[in-house]
Design a protein around this ligand. Structure first.
Ligand code: FES
Length: 521
């Protein structure tokens, strides 16, 4: 990688979607309220579910822990596609043709729905029809690609087998889905936010739900102590913020992935691409005030287990330099994705014993269509008590042989991190440079230290407030990340991503920074 690129990676990441759109502000909840439906989470799922319910006269309240549309929704690659890797042959083999059909129908309907909403509401969201390609450089994937073409075609998807693709390198094989699209997710969603707010939907930001009680209704408590009482509850908070039932923490794991938005000398040939094999590589383009951007994505790894995370951006740039003459990297960002055991989201009733409580999570890396499909499923379950796609997305569906194996692997991994994180050796070199974070020992305990650009040292307890795993430093995003269930914290200890609902502390309410910073590091 060029030295100039290394310097660029010292700057904080910035998503193009975030930088090119305004951020509306909504107040925190400052009183107790009663509503018909409470929606936890102001990402694409929460906003689009509120939009669909609003069309049926239902007014919901959205409770967002941070700011709306800033999480994974603001850090996606924003491909509107039903091509989710080689998913259809997998669903058919492990579940059935009928389940594969439901998944295909849901995601094809989501593509059409996004287009219809944009047209009906005159939303300028850089919507561009595109083909989606899944390609392989390896002989052993050629049969899998061929099989995917066959299964997808049997489900009514326009899928074609190819031996060449428009990108400037040769491939062994590829599957192309036609009638797919790309867009700017925040340009699409911000007008919907305005519309639902004008139609009576209440939106509260910086209102983290820290407790949920079930009596004859649901009572939610925010971090400021205010209460929301609701007949129905939708948890669309990315990772579910309720762990008293459902055992979701045993069947979801978190991954991070990366995007470098480059400007290149060559014109991009069109299309949206992803590799069938590892290392995962994703490509699409985007018009911008900086000219044409090429979004180079990939490099996924489990949250908190990525070692030196800057290396993931560097690997993407190596790939970009191999295939394009890179002139600039105006943007780079990363995303957090909830993965399920069988790669199919959990959407529907939270558990069979929690009537009127719904969940939508686990989109893998395919959140644009899966979120809109989820919003349609939730709307139908609430309004009609039935969705034609409810079985394949059912959160209580039976495990397949493959998902049972993944369950064991992922939960052993959590156990290993939980125990292994407690055993650490004090690094010999505790010199901490400007902009550097390290695990250290402070007052006999494992602690995390970060020295900011002004030279101030910030020390936090690295024990995750969710279930006690030990956090690791994320050098690319300058955050403390949990290797067990993916909670992330700033270097000051504030929550970036749940499931944790409490910031980092040393013990009780003691501020770890006050307790640990002693000028003796
Ligand atoms: Fe569960 Fe950290 S997120 S222990």
């Amino acid at each position: 990688m060029e030295i100039d690129e290394q310097k660029r990676f010292q700057k904080p990441p910035q998503s193009y979607w975030m930088d090119s759109t305004p951020q509306p502000e909504y107040p925190p909840l400052d009183r107790d309220i009663q509503v018909d439906i409470a929606i936890i989470g102001g990402g694409i799922t929460g906003i689009s579910t509120a939009y669909f319910l609003n069309q049926h006269g239902v007014k919901a309240a959205i409770l967002e822990a941070d700011r709306i549309l800033q999480g994974t929704t603001g850090h996606t690659t924003a491909k509107i596609t039903s091509q989710h890797g080689l998913i259809y042959s997998k669903i058919k083999e492990q579940m059935s043709q009928e389940m594969a059909q439901q998944y295909a129908d849901a995601n094809q309907a989501a593509i059409q729905m996004i287009n219809a909403i944009a047209r009906e509401n005159h939303i300028e969201c850089d919507y561009v029809p595109q083909s989606a390609y899944d390609y392989t450089l390896l002989d052993k994937y050629m049969d899998k690609i061929s099989q995917e073409v066959s299964v997808a075609s049997s489900l009514g998807i326009k899928a074609t087998y190819l031996e060449e693709i428009p990108l400037p390198f040769s491939v062994k094989a590829a599957v192309r889905f036609d009638e797919q699209a790309q867009f700017h997710p925040r340009k699409f969603l911000l007008p919907l936010v305005q519309k639902i707010a004008e139609n009576g939907c209440q939106i509260y930001e910086q209102s983290r739900i820290v407790n949920i009680e079930k009596n004859n209704r649901y009572t939610l408590q925010t971090n400021h102590g205010n209460k929301v009482t609701a007949e129905k509850l939708i948890i669309a908070s990315h990772y579910p913020c309720y762990n008293k039932s459902g055992l979701y923490f045993t069947k979801i794991y978190l991954e991070r992935s990366y995007v470098a938005a480059i400007r290149a000398k060559e014109q991009y040939p069109g299309g949206m691409y992803i590799t069938a094999e590892e290392p995962g590589r994703s490509l699409r383009s985007q018009t911008s005030d900086h000219g044409e951007l090429i979004l180079v994505g990939g490099e996924h790894h489990k949250t908190g287990q990525g070692e030196d995370t800057i290396k993931h951006y560097e690997a993407l740039m190596d790939f970009a330099n191999e295939h394009f003459t890179v002139e600039d990297i105006p943007y780079r960002w990363s995303a957090q994705d909830c993965m399920t055991l069988d790669d199919i989201p959990y959407v529907g009733q939270f558990t069979s014993k929690t009537p009127n409580m719904y969940i939508a999570t686990g989109y893998g890396k395919w959140g644009m269509t899966n979120s809109i499909a989820s919003a349609m499923i939730l709307r139908d379950l609430i309004i009609k008590r039935f969705s034609p796609w409810q079985d394949v997305y059912n959160p209580s569906r039976q495990a397949t042989a493959a998902s049972a194996k993944t369950f064991i692997i992922e939960n052993l991994n959590v156990a290993k991190e939980l125990i292994g994180g407690k055993i650490f050796s004090l690094p010999q070199d505790i010199d901490i440079q400007f902009g550097e974070g390290k695990v250290i020992e402070a007052n006999g305990e494992r602690a995390g230290a970060y020295r900011d650009e002004e030279g101030t040292l910030h020390v936090v307890n690295t024990t995750c407030t969710h279930m006690g795993c030990e956090l690791n430093w994320n050098s690319a995003e300058k955050s403390w990340d949990c290797p067990c269930h993916g909670s992330r914290f700033t270097y000051l200890g504030d929550i970036i991503d749940g499931p944790a609902v409490k910031p980092l502390t040393l013990d009780g309410d003691v501020n770890p920074i006050e307790k640990l910073v002693k000028n003796d590091f």
